[in-house]
Design a protein around this ligand. Structure first.
Ligand code: GA4
Length: 343
């Protein structure tokens, strides 16, 4: 059973249904835990984990590095960009014209790539690389723990079959730090927009309107995403029946999202969660996501256990590289898995 959500997390959606985000206590007894994780993945493709073993200091060091980077001047930040696909990005998301009210750093998790990139990102590249690499290791450990619970809960023969997909040294996992601008409470207009910082431009263009799109609706292509943010609202997830649920932030905990690749690996038993970020807060939201993926040349096919004569395979086999290529050729909100469905 998914733990009932505490009252403070209950939200009322437009359709006046009270819906809560499932919360999973990782210190619970293991057999219960694996059932609970599978149920949350099936029902929401999303859950929050508490009592995880990631050290607070690992989180705060990355947050400090993020804050230091985003508080640099625009021209300094641009030296770490453009994000095609890795590096600093501002407003542009992906290569096909998607835009959001955010700036970000998108990094490959390979330590060599982190160390090379950190030269243009931080004044102390060694400190930056160390904070990033420690966070990646911790997020990877948590992801493996969750994937092992998933495998156990699905009664897959090899409990490590999912976590092994992301443990390989050539794993294509990514780290993203997003910063969403605050909504200004003053309405002063500035006519020279070229001198404005991203958040000022955002405020200027939006007349303090609520519900600006920080990051548009989409699912993540990878296996699993581990997300954490500062104490600022904005994230919403979509339920299977299309209701948007705001997710209250919890800076000391992590949120887990099922990605498209896990939908395929479970032959559709789990569905990747569609989510978005709205920017209507007076404080900047900073979030950090670890996207767990296999090496580029590995095949993504349903686990044998998930395919039976009654549940034949729903997807054509593809490599992770082929899937990424499809993702980058489409728009952010497209349901790219449709390209690989067996009709
Ligand atoms: C969504 C999840 C990750 O943030 C990301 C994004 C990527 C990007 O920003 O470059 C994509 C997007 C994400 C899915 C479709 C493509 C690729 C932008 C885009 C339009 C880094 C990822 O892996 O896929």
């Amino acid at each position: 059973m998914v733990a009932p959500c505490p009252t403070s997390m209950m939200v009322r959606t437009k359709k006046t249904k009270a819906v809560g985000v499932p919360t999973i206590d990782l210190s619970l007894e293991r057999s219960k835990l694996s059932e609970t994780v599978v149920k949350a993945c099936e029902e929401y493709g999303f859950f929050k984990v508490v009592n995880h073993s990631v050290a607070k200091e690992v989180i705060s060091r990355l947050e400090e590095e993020g804050t230091a980077f985003f508080s640099k001047t625009t021209s300094e930040k641009r030296q770490a960009g453009p994000a095609n696909p890795f590096g600093y990005g501002c407003r542009n998301i992906g290569p096909n014209g998607d835009m959001g009210h955010l700036e970000y750093l998108l990094l490959h998790t390979n330590p060599l790539s982190v160390s090379e990139r950190s030269q243009t990102i931080a004044s102390d590249p060694t400190k930056f690389s160390s904070a990033v690499n420690d966070y990646i290791e911790a997020a990877k450990g948590l992801t493996c723990e969750i994937l092992d619970l998933v495998a156990e809960g699905l009664w897959v023969q090899d409990n490590f079959s999912l976590s092994n997909l992301i443990k390989d040294v050539h794993s294509d996992s990514l780290l993203r730090i997003n910063q969403y601008p605050p909504v200004s409470l003053t309405g002063n207009k500035n006519s020279d927009t070229s001198k404005l910082e991203p958040h000022q431009l955002h405020n200027q263009n939006n007349n303090n309107n609520n519900n600006n799109i920080g990051f548009g609706e989409h699912s993540d292509p990878q296996i699993l995403t581990i997300m954490r943010s500062n104490n600022v609202d904005g994230l919403q997830i979509s339920t299977h029946d299309g209701l948007w649920i705001p997710v209250p932030p919890d800076p000391n905990q992590f949120f887990v999202m099922v990605g498209d690749a896990l939908q395929v690996l479970t032959n559709g038993r789990f569905r990747s969660v569609r989510h978005r970020v709205l920017t209507n807060t007076t404080k900047a939201r900073m979030s950090m996501m670890y996207f767990a993926a296999p090496p580029l040349n590995w095949w993504i096919t349903p686990l044998p256990k998930m395919v039976t004569p009654l549940n034949p395979t729903l997807f054509k086999p593809f490599t992770w590289a082929q899937y990424k290529q499809a993702a980058y050729s489409l728009r952010l909100g497209d349901t790219r898995l449709d390209l690989f469905k067996i009709q």
